[in-house]
Design a protein around this ligand. Structure first.
Ligand code: AP5
Length: 213
């Protein structure tokens, strides 16, 4: 099963993608996590990506596409995957469609998690992230058992650099301009499913399971 998660920054794509990956036994591929791991490890890609991410801008397609295509080629992707944060532009979506078509494959579902902009800023300000294992928490809606410590790996939780309110506003603008057109792109392909992301996390997940079966 090949699934794409769509939605604004902070809509809950990562939260739901992790649960989907666990339930269906497929890898969760997050381009944001891949970039953040590169930043943490001080790679050349990480240095380049950080300059864009810290300003709330998208990393250019030429830095993103090869990275994702290499990841798809790995063995664990043979039975599918859930993509979180990719594609994010029409050229990225077209590149994905073309790459899959080479093997007579298509995406099965594009799930759009709908959350109004007003709710996004509050969610982002309360998010805490583990840069070691990629787990995500929220100080109110999904707190860790011990404050600022990851339940899974015990590392210290941090607030992401791009979760400052002014950067979140920029990310929302970029989302509306460059990523939202993907909703229409996948609607035309007949695979778009929309869920109400303002509900409780477990209710959103139930709605998604109802779609995926
Ligand atoms: P990325 O890491 O993908 O960020 P994003 O898309 O902006 O999404 P987020 O991770 O911020 O949010 P999310 O929707 O996953 O929400 P989450 O589940 O964490 O990308 C970061 C940057 O990398 C981009 O800005 C760009 O620069 C670059 N990049 C990445 N991919 C790229 C690409 N393909 N091309 C170019 N550049 C790329 O939830 C948010 C918070 O809300 C959490 O605290 C969570 O606990 C809480 N929450 C979740 N669901 C609920 C709920 N139902 N109710 C209450 N709280 C909830």
């Amino acid at each position: 099963m090949k699934i794409i998660m769509l939605g604004a920054p902070g809509a809950g794509k990562g939260t739901q993608a992790k649960s989907i990956a666990k339930k269906y036994g497929i890898p969760h591929i997050s381009t944001g996590d891949i970039f953040r791991a590169n930043i943490k490890n001080g790679t050349e890609l990480g240095k380049k990506a950080k300059a864009f991410m810290d300003q709330g801008m998208l990393v250019p397609d030429e830095l993103t596409l090869d990275l994702v295509m290499d990841r798809f080629a790995q063995d664990d992707c043979k039975s599918g995957y859930v993509l979180d944060g990719f594609p994010r532009t029409i050229p990225q979506a077209e590149a994905l469609t073309a790459a899959l078509a080479q093997n007579q494959e298509t995406v099965d579902y594009a799930i759009d998690i709908a959350v109004p902009d007003e709710a996004i800023v509050e969610r982002m300000s309360g998010r805490r992230a583990c840069l070691t294992c990629g787990a995500t928490y929220h100080v109110v809606y999904n707190p860790p058992k011990k404050a600022d410590v990851c339940d899974i790996c015990g590392a210290a939780l941090v607030q992401r650099d791009d979760d400052k309110p002014e950067t979140v506003q920029k990310r929302l603008t970029v989302y509306h301009e460059q990523t939202q057109p993907l909703i229409e792109y996948y609607e035309k392909q007949g695979i778009l499913k929309q869920v109400d992301g303002t509900k409780d996390m477990s209710e959103v997940f139930e709605e998604i399971i109802g779609i995926l079966g």
